[in-house]
Design a protein around this ligand. Structure first.
Ligand code: A3P
Length: 318
């Protein structure tokens, strides 16, 4: 399938009232609306005491944010009931779900529209989430003029692709099937792709103070990763606090914790007509290796070869 054909198919199955098209920035595919906020993000004022969680979508961002926020806020699980999107704003939210339609904007929960401004005005220390690659971050970070804490979480691309498929049907108005979706993902037609280039852009900076963690390590030993994050953030923690946090961020507890489900945004997206999978849930399956439920052996082989080629000589194993 040629690239032009894929562009057309993406636009047939992937556009909605809040996603009008795509454009390339520094080699990365983004919603075309990113052009409205690119300059504001480039010029975004950064503080050394900021705490940023960065990732390619579906790598365990929400999980990492909930861990980081609680470590930095005295394990105050009562205040943690406030919606995570408010405690830990998503820098470029507006670009993902962009509209100028006043009829739709009336439903906007006060998190999405003007997201760059919202993140900028949070009280310090600020907690900021972004899926942007290093090359699209504020210049003050790229130039090392400011050195906030940056925690990057990565995940196996096959699981990411399957998780992103469900996410696109839940939140991004995608009406196609997985057979089309993996081709769009693999051919860099979706938001924030090329995925591995995005991940490697942070991997390359792990010696410049970026903490690089993996979803799979969180699945196999969450207390070890929580301890690693707390140490990186210079936040000592007792055994009891560690145990409490471990419980609080377990999949079972987070599945019932609506403050981490992006519920107000989902409600907005539903009103905008961008929710295709009405029975979907943000906390979906929470497994490593679950991709086999949708990805057949042939596609898996294509992904394995692609990963091997992209990651060779980088030292990164996903
Ligand atoms: P699945 O779709 O595979 O279930 P992000 O926050 O980056 O969008 O990532 C979402 C993915 O992380 C989803 O994966 C979600 O279920 C999983 N996830 C979220 N919280 C989790 C937790 N506490 N434990 C394990 N997986 C979690």
């Amino acid at each position: 399938m040629d690239a032009l054909n894929l562009d057309q198919l993406r636009d047939t199955y992937g556009l909605s009232p809040i996603r009008r098209g795509y454009q390339i920035f520094e080699g990365y595919t983004m919603p075309e609306s990113f052009r409205h906020m690119r300059k504001a993000i480039e010029d975004f004022k950064v503080y050394d005491d900021d705490i940023w969680v960065t990732s390619y979508p579906k790598c365990g961002t929400t999980w990492t944010q909930e861990i980081v926020w609680n470590i930095c806020n005295n394990f105050d699980f009562t205040s943690a009931q406030i919606d995570l999107d408010i405690r830990f704003p998503f820098l470029e939210y507006e670009t993902c779900f962009y509209t100028e339609d006043k009829n739709l904007l009336q439903y906007e929960p006060g998190i999405v529209h003007k997201s760059v401004e919202i993140a900028a005005n949070k009280s310090r220390p600020r907690f900021i989430k972004t899926h942007l690659p290093w090359e699209l971050l504020p210049m003050e970070i790229q130039s090392f003029k400011k050195r906030p804490k940056i925690i990057h979480v990565a995940r196996n691309p096959k699981d990411v692709c399957v998780s992103y498929f469900h996410h696109n049907r839940l939140m991004e108005g995608f009406t196609g099937d997985f057979n089309l979706f993996w081709k769009l993902f693999y051919n860099n037609k979706l938001n924030y792709t090329p995925m591995l280039r995005n991940v490697l852009s942070y991997w390359e900076h792990r010696t410049d103070g970026v903490l690089f963690i993996k979803y799979e390590d969180m699945k196999s030993d969450i207390s070890k990763v929580i301890t690693q994050i707390a140490k990186y953030l210079n936040r000592p923690m007792s055994e009891e606090q560690l145990k409490m946090l471990q419980h609080h961020v377990s999949f079972e507890v987070m599945k019932d914790n609506t403050s981490t489900h992006h519920a107000p945004v989902l409600d907005y997206l539903r009103k905008c007509g961008a929710v295709v999978d009405n029975d979907g849930c943000f906390m979906r399956s929470g497994k490593s290796g679950g991709y086999k439920s949708l990805m057949n052996d042939e596609v898996e082989e294509i992904f394995d070869k692609w990963m091997e080629q992209q990651l060779q000589n980088t030292g990164l194993v996903l």
